[in-house]
Design a protein around this ligand. Structure first.
Ligand SMILES: Cc1ncc(COP(=O)(O)O)c(C=O)c1O
Length: 418
């Protein structure tokens, strides 16, 4: 988190609420993932945080972009990513989406209908279009640090079921204006177990081998997804990148790629790269006590930063079942622990932190502890760099949208886009 003096300077000049992103923290994550996975290309998942400076930093670092809409493809192009380093994958693409992105990104079809649609676009243009296909694998992966790979795949709106491939081969073979040159798998987000990720990647290699051998596809690209997690709550064990890196090196070394040229091996990452680099910064606007409970009211709650409030929605909906994750809305109950940086280390008292929106759902932290909160205190919520601004209903209740600030490696505001 940025130094107190920096925060004070920022809030004095920019107001509240603010998202502050720090390049230094992003750089550390980029270095970690690159070092651990030298055989893989890293693609930044734009939806996690599409702030232009962040996207540009990722492209300058040689990462690719994982785009989830035609608009994200446009943002990736504007941020300097080259065509062959942008993958466009999402369910339910329209012909207009394909027209808008052809030649700007590598396409990943999400269903047999999409393959047919892209084929007819190719036919109209009299050109063969190279596409990847998203596959919903016949296994699943658990959360946490244990290697919970299950053999049963879940029903999903994403991709085509692995076990349906062979049955659909005759149909796919009639599509003369597409070449399936890649596969894409993504199972889940916020995984902290190195062995779970290793087992998952191993299975994706098996799917790729099946596609080469049985489907007769000449794969030049395998996108493994990723789901690399961050420790949100103090009890979370961070992902062991040393062990994961070792296992991945061995795994890649064991592949013979059927004697063909090694395909591009791609992983996607959003949260791991940016979550810890961002803070949601606001201030106390009122403090009151109701029937013995102290409420600290901060400026701009769920409209600026939705994720903490969802913690409480989940608590209400799934009482007794809060160990589950509802990504990308909810990771764990204490994922964004708030603090008053100016009073760090001072004795704290129990409080409920709420936003100033007219809804009782606007709870930023229940059962929190704060040192003598006073009107005007700066309050920071950590781990706010991923699925923060972009996921929050900023137009709700007419409060000002948060501003976003990007601090470069020297700790200076790089450029203000608003
Ligand atoms: C297809 C795909 N790729 C990448 C991501 C990014 O995941 P994460 O932020 O866990 O790295 C997501 C997130 O939902 C996704 O759906």
């Amino acid at each position: 988190m940025a130094q107190l003096q920096t925060l004070e300077r920022l809030v004095a000049s920019k107001g509240f609420p603010l998202y502050v992103y720090e390049e230094e923290a992003i750089a550390k994550q980029v270095a970690t993932i690159k070092e651990a996975l030298p055989d893989f290309e890293i693609f930044y998942s734009v939806k996690t945080n599409p702030y232009p400076q962040i996207c540009r930093y990722m492209s300058r670092q040689g990462l690719g972009a994982d785009a989830a809409s035609a608009e994200e493809v446009r943002k990736a192009v504007d941020s300097g990513f080259a065509y062959h380093n942008i993958l466009y994958s999402s369910p339910g693409k329209t012909p207009a989406d394909i027209d808008a992105t052809l030649g700007k990104a590598l396409l990943v079809a999400d269903s047999y209908n999409e393959l047919a649609m892209i084929n007819s676009i190719g036919q109209k243009r009299c050109e063969r279009i190279a596409v990847s296909l998203r596959i919903n694998p016949a296994f699943h992966i658990g959360m946490g640090s244990s290697p919970e790979i299950t053999t049963a795949g879940a029903a999903s709106k994403f991709g085509v079921d692995e076990e349906s491939l062979l049955f659909n081969k005759p149909f796919i073979d009639t599509l003369e204006f597409i070449d399936i040159t890649g596969i894409h798998v993504f199972l889940r987000s916020q995984v902290l177990g190195d062995d779970a990720i290793y087992q998952y990647f191993k299975r994706v290699f098996e799917i790729a081998a099946f596609c080469q051998d049985k489907m007769d596809w000449n794969l030049s690209l395998i996108d493994f997804g990723g789901g690399f997690g961050v420790p949100y709550s103090p009890t979370d064990q961070p992902l062991d990148w040393n062990t994961l890196g070792q296992k991945m090196k061995e795994l890649v070394t064991r592949q013979d790629f059927a004697g063909k040229e090694k395909p591009r091996l791609i992983v996607e990452s959003g949260r791991f790269l940016v979550a810890q680099a961002g803070s949601f910064v606001t201030r106390v606007v009122d403090v009151k006590t109701s029937r013995g409970q102290k409420f600290v009211i901060v400026h701009g709650g769920l409209s600026g930063f939705l994720r903490p409030s969802v913690t409480n929605i989940v608590r209400l909906m799934a009482s007794g079942d809060t160990g589950r994750s509802f990504e990308p809305l909810f990771s764990s109950q204490n994922a964004h622990l708030p603090c008053i940086p100016a009073k760090a280390g001072e004795p704290a008292e129990p409080v409920t932190i709420v936003g100033n929106l007219c809804t009782s759902m606007d709870v930023m932290a229940r059962d929190a502890y704060m040192p003598n909160p006073q009107v005007g205190d700066i309050v920071c919520f950590g781990n706010a760099g991923a699925y923060g601004y972009s996921l929050s209903p900023s137009d709700f209740a007419g409060h000002p949208r948060p501003r976003e600030i990007y601090l470069n490696a020297a700790g200076l505001i790089a450029e203000d886009f608003l």
